[in-house]
Design a protein around this ligand. Structure first.
Ligand code: SAM
Length: 257
């Protein structure tokens, strides 16, 4: 299966553990525990590991390991409701990287150390104006400090993937804007980035339709013109957050415009 590349290099596993700065009372979530190579190491360092794995035959293998402080949940990590956790440490199934990252950022946690496809990791850290800058970069950077810790050799995985992988550290931080509505921001950024090369003025007209925001022309008049003349791909996460707050305020204070 394309999504099953198991970590076989103990040195890489040790570095992942180090990047996670584990403390004995941490509850660690692992998504896609596979054969348990990383799980076993995590279990040595913390009191609680919760491992989600979708493949039933691998779940049986994980249970066979009988690790007393590991709770195995069989299911699709995109559908399973996440339990409370302090840290997330995983070699992710790459096909769900995007959906799982957006899901993750809706939760409160202290730190994540995650392995992604290198190209995906580069999109997470891309900045305004770069070709690979978009919804993923904005959302991850607005809610967290993101750092690519290292690119790992393909030989650290079995079977060897054709693409390079990277270890990424995610340290969430709370948005400081007063009155910030997280769900509205996420919806707006998704709507805006369906049309990354149009001028924001036109983008907002479409977004207003998609999000039922009422009279788009009136709305645009109330928004900063220097932002309306730019393209979404040139806006920083902070600019989009300010814009989201303004639109949210206008819409909720005068919902009939
Ligand atoms: N952590 C293991 C390791 O590093 O050796 C395995 C990593 S492997 C890249 C990804 C694992 O995620 C596989 O075991 C696969 O069966 C599992 N998986 C794939 N899709 C999943 C999903 N939607 N929910 C939970 N697990 C999934």
């Amino acid at each position: 299966m394309g999504d099953q590349h198991f970590l076989i290099d103990d040195r890489v596993i040790d570095r992942i553990i180090r990047y996670a700065s584990l403390e004995s009372n941490d509850t660690v979530l692992e998504i896609g525990a596979g054969t348990g190579n990383l799980t076993k190491s995590l279990a040595k360092h913390v009191s609680n590991v919760i491992a989600i794995e979708s493949d039933l035959s691998l779940v049986e293998k994980l249970e066979y390991l009988s690790l007393p402080n590991v709770k195995v949940i069989q299911g699709d990590a995109l559908k399973v409701e996440f339990p409370k956790f302090d840290k997330i440490v995983s070699n992710l199934p790459y096909s769900i990287s995007s959906d799982i990252t957006f899901k993750l950022l809706k939760h409160n946690f202290k730190l994540g150390v995650l392995m992604y496809q290198h190209e995906f990791a580069k999109r997470m850290v891309a900045t305004a104006g770069m070709k690979n800058y978009g919804r993923l970069s904005i959302v991850t950077q607005y809610f967290a400090e993101i750092q690519i810790m290292e690119i790992i050799p393909n030989s650290a995985l079995y079977p060897q993937p054709e693409v390079k992988s990277a270890i990424v550290r995610i340290v969430p931080h709370t948005p400081q804007l007063e009155g910030f509505d997280k769900d509205f921001f996420l919806e707006l950024v998704a709507a805006v980035f369906t049309q990354r090369r149009k001028q924001m003025k036109n983008v907002i007209i479409n977004a207003a339709k998609m999000m039922n925001l009422g009279d788009a022309e009136k709305l645009i008049e109330m928004l900063p013109q220097e932002i309306m003349s730019k393209r979404p791909e040139k806006l920083s996460p902070e600019e989009l957050a300010v814009l989201s707050n303004l639109i949210y305020k206008v819409h909720h204070e005068a919902p009939t415009i």
